[in-house]
Ligand binder design. Structure first.
Ligand code: URA
Length: 419
């Protein structure tokens, strides 16, 4: 049976819901091995999947584990990013929404490859418990309107196993496989409203805009079929989103944003996402929602809410010191001109590699953005580290920036919103 299902997919035939469920269930019950699953995944890579098949795959994956049930708790919202560099919007929008009375249940994964993950960032709050039993998590949600959890083994175990295999076999970049992987987890997390941040460009899994758009359309369709209110925002990852890369520095930047002290792409996108979700949750206009989002930052409620959530999860909340407590290593421009490109994927990988070898390395601050004018000796990056870093390492950071004599356009952050 399995052999014939794989053979059919290899010939490009559309599979039925039962056939797809059979493949997924057989794999998690160890009835088929990695080799057979790889052969199926390769066939999907080559021949694609219809939207109906992608939906069946999503449901089969979701049904491999538990689904959270928020009956009696009212509307619960969720946001998901397909993965980027310097992207700490979740840490900002969760307390904003919670402070406005909207419940957010945020289950996040750790960083994948060169990208960062909220699950790692949240651990910067010392003592925080991020693997709560559902009963306990529900209590935190009821008390504070939000909860930050880390993905556990019982949430979509099929994705865990298949994702590891895709990672090992290089079978990541495929729209139906990514869509089903992401949406199965969103459905299992049980929220009624889901905003998807679908990233494209150098620092994203989807390098190409068209593929990112196809992914966004596919995910929105599946969520709508499941009666979720949803929208997808296509955003550029051609450069890091915030001004910092590195978990500790990113948490610091998120707090500064909640204090109303930043004005950059990270702040802009966080306000957009929080306003979109709030307008969907309350059925109010985007303009009204945005006014309330800006107000809850201004009056300090959003920041207070972050502290409340962290403390409710047994963590210690401290406001960052005004100066970053680390030695600074400069990466300076050697020429006059413009920033042509920030090699964002390389920068993400480099930060991870350096932090593995140097535990006191905090990360990088981006001082110049794509299209910005630079003069010789201007700082492009500042590297923060309490371990000494060699010239060789600093040069690796230098290579993450390409400059040009010609004027370069700034990057457009938000390409499209799909509703
Ligand atoms: N993130 C996921 O959760 N799954 C994928 O397949 C890719 C990115």
């Amino acid at each position: 049976m399995i052999k014939s299902i794989i053979a059919q997919k290899k010939q490009g035939k559309n599979l039925t819901q039962n056939e797809i469920a059979e493949i997924i269930n057989s794999y998690i019950q160890n009835k088929i091995d990695d080799k057979q699953m790889t052969s199926f995944l390769k066939a999907v890579f080559k021949k694609g999947m219809s939207q109906a098949e992608t939906y069946f795959l999503t449901k089969a994956m979701q049904n491999s584990g538990k689904t959270f049930d928020f009956k009696g708790l009212g509307t619960v919202v969720d946001k998901h990013s397909t993965g980027g560099v310097g992207d700490n919007t979740s840490l900002i929008i969760v307390p904003i929404l919670a402070s406005l009375g909207t419940k957010v249940f945020k289950i996040s994964g750790g960083g994948l490859g060169f990208t960062g993950g909220t699950a790692d960032k949240i651990l910067q709050f010392k003592g925080i418990k991020n693997q709560l039993e559902f009963k306990e998590a529900k209590k935190v949600l009821q008390k504070t309107n939000a909860c930050f959890l880390t993905q556990t083994d019982d949430i979509v175990p099929a994705d865990k196993k298949i994702y590891a295999l895709r990672n090992k076999t290089g079978l990541i970049q495929n729209v139906p496989l990514i869509a089903s992987s992401i949406v199965s987890k969103k459905l299992a997390c049980g929220a009624n409203i889901v905003l998807l941040d679908v990233k494209f460009g150098d620092g994203a899994f989807m390098k190409n805009y068209k593929n990112a758009e196809d992914l966004a359309v596919s995910m929105v369709e599946i969520l709508k079929k499941e009666n979720k209110k949803t929208c997808a925002v296509l955003t550029s990852m051609e450069e890091p989103l915030g001004d910092f890369v590195g978990d500790q520095l990113e948490v610091r930047e998120a707090i500064k944003t909640l204090q109303g002290k930043t004005k950059n792409n990270l702040q802009k996108l966080s306000v957009l996402f929080a306003s979109k979700l709030f307008s969907m949750a309350k059925n109010i206009s985007f303009k009204d929602a945005k006014n309330q989002v800006l107000e809850t930052i201004k009056n300090g409620n959003a920041l207070k809410k972050l502290e409340e959530i962290v403390v409710a999860q047994s963590g210690i909340f401290e406001l960052p010191k005004s100066k970053i407590q680390a030695k600074i290593f400069d990466v300076k421009s050697t020429k006059n001109g413009f920033v042509k490109k920030i090699k964002t994927e390389n920068l993400g990988y480099l930060c991870k590699e350096v932090s593995k070898n140097f535990p006191q390395f905090l990360g990088v601050e981006i001082k110049k953005r794509t299209g910005e004018k630079i003069e010789k000796n201007d700082n492009i990056f500042l590297i923060y580290s309490n371990n000494d870093l060699s010239k060789k390492i600093i040069n690796k950071f230098k290579k993450c920036v390409v400059t040009s004599k010609e004027k370069i356009n700034k990057i457009k952050l938000i390409e499209k919103i799909i509703e």
